[in-house]
Design a protein around this ligand. Structure first.
Ligand code: ADP
Length: 156
């Protein structure tokens, strides 16, 4: 399972998802609903963009989850969470979460080091740069880029 909010999906996410799809028989990309957080895209939009972007992989399925990741894992018989690690700053929080998830349900977390091309890439940075008119076309799939520009226009 590759969990996240994917608001929106970036090439950094897709790099991890694609590499995970080579290692595992099936990969479930799980989009967190978490209605309390303010998002640029609804979970339906985030899910749709992910489905479009991961359609090329034969063994990747996109789903949504609300609540604890480990409950989703248990319900779907998933044993492994795959996460991308960008920098040491990611590690602190990810370590806590991995240990908590293992303690709660025995779910393992595998960390994949980010492709250096994407180590400074995050959805929040992409949104911020796009909001101020910067070019983020090299950071997200083309269809996501179009939607991002549309959303920025709507919001301005
Ligand atoms: P969250 O809402 O939990 O911050 P994101 O949707 O931003 O989640 O990202 C989900 C996961 O995707 C992260 O926990 C991380 O493992 C991975 N990820 C995000 N950006 C990158 C990147 N540029 N390179 C590699 N992995 C990434």
């Amino acid at each position: 399972m590759c969990p996240g909010s994917f608001d929106p999906v970036t090439l950094g996410h897709l790099d991890i998802i694609g590499r995970a799809s080579l290692l595992y028989d099936e990969v479930v990309v799980a989009v967190g609903i978490n209605a309390s957080k303010k998002r640029m895209f609804t979970f339906e939009e985030r899910t749709e963009m992910l489905r479009e972007a991961t359609g090329v992989y034969g063994n990747v399925r996109v789903d949504t989850f609300d609540g604890l990741i480990v409950d989703f894992c248990k319900a779907n018989e998933i044993q492994v969470i795959v996460k991308g690690l960008r920098a040491i700053s990611d590690f602190d929080y990810e370590l806590q979460m991995a240990q908590m998830n293992h303690g709660l349900q025995g779910v393992e977390t595998m960390f994949m080091t980010t492709n250096p091309l994407y180590s400074f890439l995050s959805s929040s940075l992409v949104k911020e740069v796009a909001t101020y008119g910067g070019d983020v076309s090299a950071s997200v799939p083309e269809a996501v880029h179009r939607r991002l520009l549309e959303r920025v226009r709507e919001q301005s």
